[in-house]
Structure formats: C-alpha cells, structure tokens
Design a protein around this ligand. Structure first.
Ligand SMILES: [Zn+2]
Length: 101
C-alpha cells in the first residue's frame, strides 16, 4: 500500500514525464519538418531548415533538464526501463518508488 507521500511523488513524476515526452515529441516533429523542407521540390531557403534543425536538436538535448525528468524522491534520472523512443519507467531503480499507481 502506497503512502500519501508516495502517491504525491508518483503524480509529480507523471507530470514531469508528460512534459519530457511532449518536449521530445515536439522536437522530433520539428526535425522531421526540417528534413521535409530540405528535400522539398520548391527551393526552401537554407536558413529555414537549418534553424529548424538547431531548434529541434536543442529541444532533444534540453528536454530532460527543462522537464526536470528525474525521480522526485531521490533526484536520480530514471534509467530507461521502459521500451521505445519515449519509454515510461515503472519504478525508480535507486529508491524503488513506484512511478505508476
Ligand atoms: Zn528514486
């Protein structure tokens, strides 16, 4: 049985995870749009897709920090114990906090 504090930690982590996943997905879409512009038939100016690449990759690298994507209890970044591009960790590998109730 989870305590109220653990439920609060889990809710905090879920919020952080949503922010992290959203920022990552948005960055990825930005990069895809940049790739599309680069390969488009019409001549898109180079600065358009270059700036999209810069914004997209910055977003990918900074999303973890901006979303404070780490365990709310022990402050460690969760190891990918989920699957895929946007893994959703089940519990903290350090303090064993359940991220999902
Ligand atoms: Zn932890």
């Amino acid at each position: 049985m989870a305590t109220a504090k653990e439920l609060e930690f889990a809710a905090t982590f879920q919020r952080r995870w949503r922010n992290y996943a959203g920022a990552r997905a948005l960055s990825f879409i930005t990069i895809l749009v940049g790739i599309g512009l680069r390969g488009a038939d019409f001549a898109a100016p180079a600065w358009t897709y270059r700036s999209l690449f810069v914004v997209g990759f910055l977003g990918l690298f900074l999303s973890r920090r901006f979303a404070q994507y780490k365990c709310p209890r022990c402050d460690t970044t969760p190891v990918n114990n989920g699957e895929g591009f946007l893994p959703s960790p089940v519990k903290c590998v350090v303090c064993n906090l359940a991220f999902r109730q």
